[in-house]
Design a protein around this ligand. Structure first.
Ligand code: MN3
Length: 247
């Protein structure tokens, strides 16, 4: 694989919600064929990847209008913010901008970069119920969940509790911790805070109000329950196997 196609093949599986873009600059490994992050080598910019299904494909769990706004406006905004931050940091690097702005643009880089990574993985975390969404994982992932949490039910309770109790805007993630080789549930505020550095995200739910408020208003728990019917366990299982089978 040449350098361009390798970069184009970068996937969130190797990036890590926590490490953010550090994984991108390190380069990706063999596990990275699953979900391209939308990097355009020619313009040196990130781009918004298309949804892997139609806007209405996740109904009734998530309505089409929410999906359209969430992907086309919110996720697109993070991609735009990420590219802007990279451009401004480049200007500082080139001596064309004020270096005292470094802190500001690096905060922007973390927020929008993690926003882009998180949403890309979020779309991949779901699939229509009619196409296998919901239920429980099988294979190696099912074994790992049992080994790490005791049972699928115990995992589910922990994941839902994490998602339901995010203070303000944030996420809950199922992550792989490569040192202990265990799975963990982590809670994230905004797109990047409270992250466990080095962990690799497998599946997550966006609990920002923009993710559910049109349909569920203040009933976040009803949205989380509906999400359980559209989790793409087959895809998450493949991501997990790619991670643990890295050379
Ligand atoms: Mn969102």
């Amino acid at each position: 694989m040449d350098s361009i196609s390798r970069r184009q093949a970068l996937s969130i599986a190797a990036v890590g919600s926590v490490a953010g873009l550090a994984g991108v600059t390190r380069g990706a490994s063999a596990s990275t064929q699953l979900e391209p992050l939308g990097w355009d080598e020619a313009s040196s910019q990130y781009s918004l990847p298309a949804l892997p299904y139609a806007y209405d494909a996740l109904e009734p769990a998530i309505d089409a209008q929410t999906m359209r706004l969430h992907h086309d406006k919110h996720h697109a905004g993070y991609v735009k913010g990420l590219n802007k931050a990279l451009k401004e940091i480049q200007k500082i690097r080139a001596g064309e901008s004020d270096a005292t702005l470094t802190k500001h643009w690096m905060r922007q880089l973390a927020f929008h970069g993690c926003g882009h990574v998180n949403h890309t993985l979020f779309w991949q975390s779901m699939t229509p119920t009619a196409q296998g969404g919901g239920g429980e994982p099988d294979g190696a992932l099912a074994h790992a969940i049992h080994a790490s949490f005791g049972s699928f039910k115990a995992f589910e309770d922990e994941f839902f509790a994490a998602a339901a109790s995010v203070e303000g805007s944030g996420w809950a993630w199922l992550v792989h911790e490569p040192v202990s080789r265990r799975l963990l549930v982590v809670q994230m505020e905004k797109h990047q805070n409270q992250a466990f550095a080095g962990t690799q995200p497998l599946m997550g739910i966006d609990v920002w109000e923009h993710a559910y408020y049109l349909k569920y208003q203040n009933q976040r728990k009803a949205y989380i329950k509906a999400f359980s019917n559209i989790i793409n366990w087959n895809g998450v299982g493949k991501r997990y196997e790619a991670l643990i089978n890295q050379p």
